[in-house]
Design a protein around this ligand. Sequence first.
Ligand code: ADE
Length: 228
Amino acid sequence: MKIDILTLFPEMFAPLKTSLIGKAVDKNLVDLNIIDFREFSNNKHKKVDDYPFGGGAGMLIQAQPIYDAIQSVKKDLSKVIYLSPKGKVLNQKMVQDLAKEEHLVLLCGHYEGIDERVIDLCVDEQVSIGDYVLTGGELPAMVLTDAVLRYIPNVLHGEDSTDEESFSDGLLEYPQYTHPREFMGLSVPEVLLSGNHAAIAKWREEQKLIETQKYRPDVYEKYTKRDK
Ligand code: ADE
């Protein structure tokens, strides 16, 4: 998979160089590029923003540098995503679908946003990471990249799995424990020490329902009403 991230703030993406995503890049499991679209500005001072027509607060990013940056990376199979609070709110199903794409182009706005004509001309989909407003699309692009790359083969360690985690079957994950058996007076549930794999599997299934009902009643409600 290839991911090109277009931004005015490439230095914000340093966290993607660390941990599992950093390793995935080093191992060439993903071709991840951070592209500064200021480099595409036709302005001799590399200016990319201007005042909005009609007035209003703040500056807008102009269409030209973004348009040219997108054209420089876009191929027939590319999917261009603009990170925006107006977009469809990201969920695990969307992440799984995006992980099947060959090439994602993630466009990060900043300041008051971007000239609408870039969205009309180039953007296939707008994605939000939640109903709140951030200063730019950089953190959302990192969130999306991290969530998607977990589905690329060999990005997670062998023993990690996307099968049993929260949301994979519509429920939250069961609670987990490691040594010691007792901590601050709290014991590990007896069944997990029993060696009885069937009993453990049953307990975990029950716990998924209990956890979901407790922490995300909205998700639980949807799960109980799903088509079986
Ligand atoms: N840009 C600013 N806020 C955002 C959000 N919530 N999701 C995606 N992009 C954004």
